[in-house]
Design a protein around this ligand. Structure first.
Ligand SMILES: [Zn+2]
Length: 279
């Protein structure tokens, strides 16, 4: 994913020379000053270097992107002209690009901002068998694990999180296989921060999926994965109260751009069965 990531840099740098850049930088300083103490149990507080104002701005952009995407979908299903669809798609991408720049800028002090902590690089991660050939599956999309029950859901509020929960938790024993939900490229493998050992995959539709708290990682950064390919084993690394898979769907690789994961999977004809999310 280096291509896409680096392609963005000149634009970001250009912005930083302008007034927008100065405003963003001030926001970043504010965010850095607002580091909360303590760590949550589920990898959420580790993005605490971002202020509430920043968080709200990112959340607004995420919602704006989802509205823009829905509009594109509606137009595609209607008799709208090609130009209308193209314009709507251009607007959607512009919203995403703004958010991408914002999140990238906020995390750049820690190296690769996919890892929200400087220690979250992948040189010391517990890698397993990374030479497995891609597996072929009939369905293009699948659930990220099997034999689970759904614990904390997206946007759940609780004492365990500084803010709302950004993913869907799948309660499974440690050592349960974790699968890529669709084909794509491994954007990051990191360890050492609140998400523990994590994998981030970029899919062809432009969305990213994140798999956190793994006990082992079976893929390499830059490697291709297919739907249902095992990418690691579940675990209890990072800030957790017990073993589970934390799964996110994001519109950029970065923390702060997550969308509701179960509706996203449902749109891809993946029914996530199990008990309703607990509070
Ligand atoms: Zn979680």
């Amino acid at each position: 994913m280096g291509r896409e990531h680096h392609a963005r840099l000149p634009r970001t740098r250009a912005r930083f020379r302008g007034a927008t850049g100065a405003a963003l930088f001030a926001l970043l300083l504010l965010a850095l000053a607002a580091v909360p103490a303590g760590a949550g149990s589920d990898g959420f507080r580790n993005d605490g270097f971002r202020s509430d104002g920043f968080r709200k701005e990112a959340a607004r952009a995420v919602r704006a992107h989802e509205r823009a995407r829905e509009r594109v979908d509606r137009l595609r299903e209607s008799d709208a002209s090609r130009t209308e669809v193209k314009d709507a798609e251009r607007r959607r991408k512009a919203v995403r690009a703004g958010l991408w720049d914002l999140l990238w800028a906020s995390g750049r002090h820690s190296g690769d901002p996919v890892a929200v902590d400087p220690s979250g690089q992948d040189s010391r991660c517990p890698f397993g068998d990374r030479s497995r050939p891609p597996e072929r599956r009939a369905h293009p999309w699948t659930a990220p694990t099997r034999r689970y029950w759904l614990s904390a859901g997206y946007a759940a509020k609780g004492s365990r999180w500084a803010h709302r929960h950004t993913g869907q938790d799948f309660a499974v024993d440690s050592g349960t296989p974790v699968y890529a939900v669709g084909s794509g490229t491994v954007r990051a493998t990191t360890c050492g921060d609140g998400f523990g050992n994590q994998v981030v995959v970029r899919h062809r539709d432009g969305y990213f999926t994140q798999y956190a708290h793994l006990s082992r990682i079976d893929v390499r950064k830059g490697g291709r994965v297919t739907a249902g390919q095992r990418i690691g084993l579940s675990g209890a690394t990072g800030n957790v109260t017990g073993p589970h898979l934390h799964f996110e769907v994001r519109i950029t690789p970065y923390v702060g751009s997550a969308v509701p994961p179960l509706p996203w999977l449902r749109r891809k004809a993946v029914q996530v069965a199990g008990a309703p999310a607990l509070p």
